[in-house]
Design a protein around this ligand. Structure first.
Ligand SMILES: Cc1cc2nc3c(=O)[nH]c(=O)nc-3n(C[C@H](O)[C@H](O)[C@H](O)COP(=O)(O)OP(=O)(O)OC[C@H]3O[C@@H](n4cnc5c(N)ncnc54)[C@H](O)[C@@H]3O)c2cc1C
Length: 499
């Protein structure tokens, strides 16, 4: 059993964990840190997912780090390019040597008397249990289970004689050339897979229970291309980043304020890209308003092109049962298939499955209230990165890491050791994630809550958060700074608010 102490322990070496380490390096160079990563690679999501066509659906000027310009010509980038970018960043900032791979964090216990976390991890390569202590725990563990994607129970699935695949566990040797493929799902993964597989498959059918809003965006950013011709990357990058932030904000706000208008614009745009007489209402007209769930972006209209060319089709129906040869639908029709891909989503997992305890009392996440969307009421010296639901993840990840550095410097400057959010004394508590997507609704009850006003309310608004987190006051009614004290009280929860 190995044991050591570090100032900041980061959990996860994905986009957020690597970014957090770089921010520490830039803003708190005197702090020691380590990154514990369950897998044996950097990149998280962008290393795990290997299905055909894997790409971002955000532009990389906002999915990239604020401090490292995205210089690739493609604004909507392939998984490989994103993975390389994260690795390159880790190398540039010397993060690699601080990562301890194959360390899965299982539990962290806070002790107020020593103002330390004791963190328990397990190495799956050596079978060793590792115990470390740290002053600050920073969870950058993403938001979903890595070991299993979400697949609903499909009747008769065991009968199917072809290949049944989940995009999260793509078999390296799966060859879909000339095969009939059915992709079940209508989310970002399905709309990525369908045109990518249609390039070589005999035919690809996207089978969806209900439609999603699909919007075509150019894979290259013309403003970025123009600016990069005249300006160095470092100067062009923030301009394009802010341009995209503002466009995204306008799009989101307009969707919220004038959903009917945005809906009709989206449907009209889809109609223009599909063959004449295509049943757009049936296949591309969701029952919900734009941004009740994330919009699905298709670069340069690739999904629409595949449908237009007859290489792919969309079927809106339910799965009655799998058969030996394919999928029989609720309508009675049978879709023959050699390969069925269940692009049916993720299983949400808070804090990478690690459990927390404060002074001997287990923390029930559902009873905590998030502070500024990044700390938990009653949980000292702890932060977590959860990205925006309506904008690129990294915009928020950068702000959270910046804020953590500000907190650490404030503690040092004031001779204190402990920072603990407190729950609001009054007001409604609502779920932390406000999307109505299936994967959110399935798990939302187990997640922290948010309050109805600042600093406990998530506004999902980057410009506002920049003011709040980069410039805003560190001391407010939602947080308490203190010295380590042997007589410190136990965890406070949403049920036990502090005035
Ligand atoms: C297919 C797909 C496409 C996406 N596309 C976009 C997009 O275009 N734009 C966007 O904004 N967002 C997108 N997202 C969301 C995406 O997850 C984020 O953009 C971002 O990659 C999250 O980075 P992260 O580092 O926070 O989490 P992750 O990428 O999930 O990385 C978390 C890391 O933590 C490790 N970890 C987890 N638990 C533990 C533990 N207990 N102990 C040790 N290590 C642990 C994991 O192994 C992993 O390496 C996409 C998600 C998916 C699944």
């Amino acid at each position: 059993m190995a044991s050591d102490h570090i100032d900041v322990l980061i959990v996860g070496a994905g986009l957020s964990g690597v970014g957090a380490a770089c921010h520490l390096r830039r803003n708190c160079p005197d702090k020691t840190y380590a990154v514990l990563e369950a897998r044996d690679a950097i990149g998280g999501t962008w290393d795990l997912f290997r299905y055909p066509g894997i790409r971002s659906d955000s532009d990389m000027f906002t999915l990239g780090y604020s401090f490292k310009p995205w210089t690739d010509p493609k604004a909507i980038a392939d998984g490989d390019a994103i993975r390389r970018y994260v690795r390159e960043t880790a190398r540039e900032y010397g993060v690699e040597e601080h990562i301890r791979f194959r360390h899965r964090v299982l539990r962290a216990e806070w002790d107020s008397a020593t103002a330390r976390w004791t963190v328990h991890a397990h190495r799956d390569d050596t079978g060793e249990d590792v115990v470390l202590t740290c002053a600050f725990l920073f969870a950058c563990s993403g938001y979903y289970r890595y070991d299993a994607g979400y697949t609903p129970e499909f009747p008769g699935a065991e009968r199917f004689a072809g290949e049944l695949v989940h995009p999260q566990h793509w078999p390296e040797d799966l060859d879909h050339t000339g095969k009939r493929v059915v992709v079940i799902g209508s989310g970002a993964t399905a709309v990525t897979l369908v045109p990518a597989m249609a390039e070589r498959a005999a035919h690809v059918t996207m089978l969806q229970r209900s439609p999603t809003y699909v919007i075509s965006l150019p894979s290259r950013d013309v403003v970025a291309d123009a600016l990069r011709r005249w300006l160095p990357a470092k100067a062009a990058y923030p301009v394009v980043r802010w341009k995209n932030v503002l466009l995204g904000t306008v799009n989101f706000q307009l969707s919220r304020r004038a959903p009917k208008l945005v809906r009709s614009l989206l449907l009209r745009a889809a109609k223009g890209r599909l063959p004449a007489g295509y049943d757009v209402d049936r296949h591309f007209s969701p029952r919900y308003d734009p941004w009740d769930q994330r919009l699905c972006v298709v670069p340069d209209g690739d999904l629409f092109h595949a449908v237009r060319a007859g290489r792919a089709s969309v079927v809106t129906d339910t799965v009655d049962t799998f058969t030996e040869r394919g999928v029989r639908l609720g309508s009675g029709e049978e879709l023959p298939a050699d390969i069925v891909v269940t692009a049916t989503g993720l299983n949400l997992l808070a804090l990478g499955g690690m459990t927390l305890a404060v002074d001997g009392v287990d923390v029930d996440l559902a009873q905590t209230v998030a502070y500024k969307g990044m700390m938990l009421s009653g949980v000292p010296n702890f932060a977590m990165t959860i990205g925006y639901t309506n904008a690129s993840w990294t915009l928020k990840a950068d702000l959270v890491a910046t804020y953590v550095c500000r907190l650490l410097r404030h503690l040092d400057a004031t001779g204190q050791q402990v920072v603990t959010p407190v729950a609001p004394g009054s007001g409604a508590l609502v779920p932390l994630i406000d999307l109505k997507s299936g994967y959110v609704l399935r798990s939302v009850d187990a997640l922290p809550k948010q309050g109805d006003r600042a600093p406990w309310r998530l506004h999902q608004n980057y410009a506002r958060d920049v003011l709040l987190m980069k410039r805003g006051r560190l001391v407010d009614e939602g947080i308490r700074f203190s010295r380590a004290t042997p007589a410190a009280a136990g965890a406070r929860t949403a049920d036990a608010p502090v005035a």
